[in-house]
Design a protein around this ligand. Structure first.
Ligand code: FAQ
Length: 336
């Protein structure tokens, strides 16, 4: 369903809209492969095969969209946070997510794709964003659980991206991961307060939120490796460093001991420590539900997209004013 936004470099335009693999110059291809094999970095000015460029535009723009749409479930609680302290933390977190979106759109722009075309792909439903943001935040505990589990999953997935072969993406991820780490801790701390000092009703609210988000977080890592069409090539190119299934397993292994400290359980009867594997075994994920959500039919897809489109329309006057101001400044400079 994902369609590449309009490419603006001549090389990229040549590939846009066609599924026929371009014939790349062999000597350039060999030089590129040598950099990748040596675990080196590709920078925007370097030659790169069209398929590598296209994969990066796909992944980085989807990632940027996820950050921007990801502001909405928690943003829903800014006006209802239970204290000034929690409100200030939540405001800072949601603003950070906007910042992450902006670094990522900028990183994608270095590949010759325009921000307007990426946003158009999002607004017209042609671009994917993370499945996880299509579920509602029903109670205040959902905000803590998003910090603990969703940001926890995001860190697990994104830390290896700091070593991605494409320089601008890797560098953006270093700052993003530092901020996500704060996000995860604030979520966990807020749940800890509810579980250790809260009423029975507050503790039940936390458990209910964990029950609703757990499986969605496991699905967030993407389809099983055996059904992940992009993994093999992404790993060959050093874009992805760890597979979807391995990251999912690492997340479960890291999170279950944290759940024990909190005093919550996860809704999985099959969960048990496997001594032989040295990992937790866990139950089956509902992939039909995951794909329905990815393909636009989750509980909040329509609402999320409508909110983003409205925000884009509402911001038109700001963009117009900024452009007019920049134009005026240019004219003044030229006249001087
Ligand atoms: N949702 O072959 P693969 C965050 C798609 S940021 C929707 O395995 P790939 C911060 C996939 O795109 C969260 N679609 O694909 C935050 C592909 O479709 P395509 C976002 C999904 O690229 C926290 C198809 O399925 N993080 O949480 C999902 O090798 C709290 C086949 O899949 C990133 O974007 C999904 N969950 O691996 C904000 C990280 N999973 O494009 C606010 C960067 C898979 O062929 C509050 N991205 N699909 O049409 C990645 O690491 C990878 O792109 C994966 C997917 C792992 C997401």
């Amino acid at each position: 369903m994902y369609t590449s936004p309009t490419m603006t470099t001549p090389a990229a335009s040549a590939q846009a809209g066609t599924n026929i693999a371009p014939i790349e110059p062999p000597e350039k291809m060999q030089a590129f492969d040598r950099v990748i094999d040596a675990d080196g970095r590709i920078e925007p000015q370097d030659w790169m095969p069209q398929a590598y460029r296209k994969t990066l535009v796909r992944q980085i723009s989807q990632h940027a969209h996820s950050e921007i749409v990801g502001m909405l479930p928690e943003g829903n609680w800014i006006s209802r946070a239970p204290s000034l302290k929690r409100k200030a933390i939540l405001l800072a977190k949601v603003q950070d997510e906007a910042g992450h979106g902006l670094y990522l759109y900028s990183a994608a722009e270095t590949l010759g794709v325009s921000r307007d075309s990426m946003l158009d792909a999002l607004h017209t439903g042609r671009a994917k964003y993370s499945s996880i943001f299509n579920y509602p935040t029903l109670t205040w505990a959902d905000v803590g659980v998003i910090g603990w589990l969703v940001d926890g999953a995001a860190i697990m997935n994104q830390t290896p991206l700091c070593r991605c072969s494409y320089g601008p993406y890797a560098r953006a991820m270093i700052r993003v991961c530092k901020e996500e780490s704060f996000h995860q801790r604030q979520g966990y701390e807020s749940l800890l307060v509810m579980m250790k000092e809260g009423t029975q009703a507050q503790q039940d609210m936390v458990q209910d939120a964990v029950n609703r988000w757990w499986w969605k977080c496991l699905a967030m890592f993407g389809p099983p490796d055996s059904e992940s069409p992009n993994s093999e090539q992404g790993m060959r190119w050093g874009i992805k460093r760890i597979s979807n299934d391995d990251l999912r397993q690492r997340f479960v292994d890291a999170t279950i001991p944290q759940a024990a400290v909190l005093g919550v359980s996860v809704p999985d009867e099959d969960l048990k420590w496997n001594e032989e594997r040295g990992h937790y075994d866990f139950g089956p994920i509902d992939w039909d539900e995951f794909w329905a959500t990815v393909n636009g039919n989750g509980p909040c897809n329509k609402e999320r997209l409508a909110t983003r489109v409205q925000a884009w329309r509402d911001g038109q006057w700001v963009r117009d004013a900024a452009m007019a101001s920049a134009q005026k400044k240019r004219e003044k400079e030229q006249a001087a």
